[in-house]
Design a protein around this ligand. Structure first.
Ligand SMILES: Nc1ncnc2c1ncn2[C@@H]1O[C@H](COP(=O)(O)OP(=O)(O)OP(=O)(O)O)[C@@H](O)[C@H]1O
Ligand SMILES: [Mg+2]
Length: 250
């Protein structure tokens, strides 16, 4: 279980996150949802250990990680821009982080992730020769082979569209389920959050607007911001999320 207690962060005397409290159960998929500039990436980087928080505590499976370095937390992230190495081929990108950690994972397991993400035909290609969806899968594979205790994804679907987006979305879900991997996904798209996650944390101006299941967010929005931000989008994409809404909004 991951617990965040009273997390606060300022940049240049400006409050970016304030009084963030929530808990995530093991194996859950949680979305951090909010508009641009609301503090989602900052919160993800604080959990990762990349950005220092000014106050608060991060507890993981009972252990206080607040002052533990990024390396020793054992979490891993897929950055929004993938951050792949253009001069290396897909396979070398995937195993790059294992350079000094060969004992971490067997060659067989690496192959399993590659098969699972359908990357076998692309392993010798340079990054520049891959499509957006293929790059995204390489970035996912590279993160998964590090056997993270917590998977963090920053806008993993925003550069993708249509069928590719759906397929990566399903893959993220099946990774989380199959490998029982607690997963936190940043998104600014309510439909993505509603269809992908077990729980949604809605952030507005650095504070939590609501934390709940998709059903709770839809049927019991806690304030006008949630109503505006989430429910307005229903009209645009209601078919995709029909099962969550039932008759009332159909
Ligand atoms: N390194 C930094 N130095 C100063 N200010 C920063 C820094 N990183 C983020 N900020 C500010 O903190 C606020 C939150 O930024 P953050 O990147 O967390 O937002 P976000 O919700 O991820 O937005 P987006 O959806 O656009 O990615 C913004 O006002 C941003 O300008
Ligand atoms: Mg961001």
């Amino acid at each position: 279980m991951l617990e965040l207690q009273n997390i606060g962060k300022q940049f240049n005397q400006k409050i970016v996150l304030e009084d963030i409290n929530f808990e995530i159960e093991s194996g859950e998929i949680v979305s951090l949802l909010g508009p641009s500039g609301s503090g989602k990436t900052t919160l993800l980087h604080i959990i990762l250990g990349l950005t220092k928080m000014d106050q608060g505590r991060i507890i993981f499976n009972g252990k206080d990680l607040s002052h533990v370095s990024m390396k020793n937390r054992g979490f891993n992230i897929v950055f929004q821009d993938y951050a792949l190495f253009p001069h290396l081929n897909a396979y070398d990108n995937i195993v790059y982080g294992l350079k000094n950690k060969r004992g971490l994972i067997s060659e067989k397991e690496i192959r399993e992730y590659i098969e699972f993400l359908e990357l076998k035909p692309h392993l010798t290609k340079k990054i520049g020769e891959l499509s957006g969806g293929q790059k995204q899968r390489v970035a996912l594979a590279r993160t998964l082979v590090m056997k993270p205790k917590l998977l963090l994804l920053d806008e993993p679907l925003s550069a993708l569209d249509g069928v590719i987006k759906e397929s990566i979305k399903e893959r993220i879900q099946s990774i989380a389920r199959e490998f029982k991997l607690t997963t936190i996904i940043v998104t600014h798209d309510p439909e993505e959050a509603l269809t992908l996650s077990d729980k949604i944390l809605i952030i507005q101006n650095g504070g939590i607007s609501q934390f709940g299941t998709p059903q709770q967010i839809i049927h019991q929005p806690s304030n006008d911001f949630v109503k505006e931000f989430i429910l307005k989008q229903l009209h645009i994409k209601r078919q995709n999320i029909y099962h969550l809404f039932g008759e009332k909004y159909a």
